[in-house]
Design a protein around this ligand. Structure first.
Ligand code: HEC
Length: 170
């Protein structure tokens, strides 16, 4: 029954996605999404991705951009892991998946995003530790991807139930 409900909900979501906008707009942007707002033009994007900085150095460099403190934290953690990065003509298109991308792609097939992800408060180590469970071992993320996922999740989860559309609260 539960599986049926999840399958039915996923179908409804696919239909919603095909229609009006992103049904997951409630899920905060990850590094990829924030990057193009923080660096709107290509020269700035290429310069940023050519830079080697620690997370603390990125936090200092990004503070003052038109971002919330949480977005600064999210983007700083992401850039510290992905830059320096050689990109083609479109740097944004060449960015690796961020934590939000991974949660959407990897965390909904066996249980709901709401019960398995959105409502959990964990620190980075706590998020990394889910990959030690036997039932999570097959999730196809390498160590760097797991670290990017854990950073994003520790900074942005949990959401408040009221910030999640009712059709996702299962
Ligand atoms: C291959 C199936 C599968 C996938 C994919 C999966 N899970 Fe799970 N998950 C399970 C099972 C099975 C359980 C234990 C039973 C339950 O709670 O439904 C579980 C439980 C959990 C729990 C509670 C127990 C614990 O380990 O602390 C969390 C948190 C969780 N999953 C997070 C995630 C996240 C985050 C992702 C994506 C990175 C994910 N899961 C992807 C199968 C999966």
């Amino acid at each position: 029954m539960r599986r049926f409900l999840i399958a039915a909900a996923l179908c409804a979501l696919a239909a919603a996605a095909a229609g009006n906008g992103d049904p997951f707009a409630f899920l905060p942007d990850g590094g990829r999404g924030i990057f193009s707002r923080a660096f709107p033009d290509r020269p700035a994007q290429q310069a940023a991705l050519g830079t080697t900085r620690s997370e603390a150095e990125w936090t200092a460099a990004l503070t003052g951009a038109a971002l919330t403190p949480r977005e600064v934290e999210t983007l700083a953690a992401y850039l510290a892991r992905v830059a320096p990065l050689v990109t083609g003509d479109d740097p944004v298109a060449g960015l690796p998946p961020d934590g939000r991308d991974m949660a959407l792609a990897q965390c909904q097939s066996c249980h709901s995003l709401f019960s398995g992800y959105l409502m959990h408060r964990r620190d980075r180590q706590g998020w990394l530790s889910i990959f030690a469970s036997p039932f999570h071992a097959a999730i196809p993320l390498d160590d760097r991807q797991r670290a990017i996922f854990a950073d994003y999740s520790a900074i942005n989860m949990p959401l408040r139930p009221e910030d999640v559309p009712p059709e996702f609260r299962f």
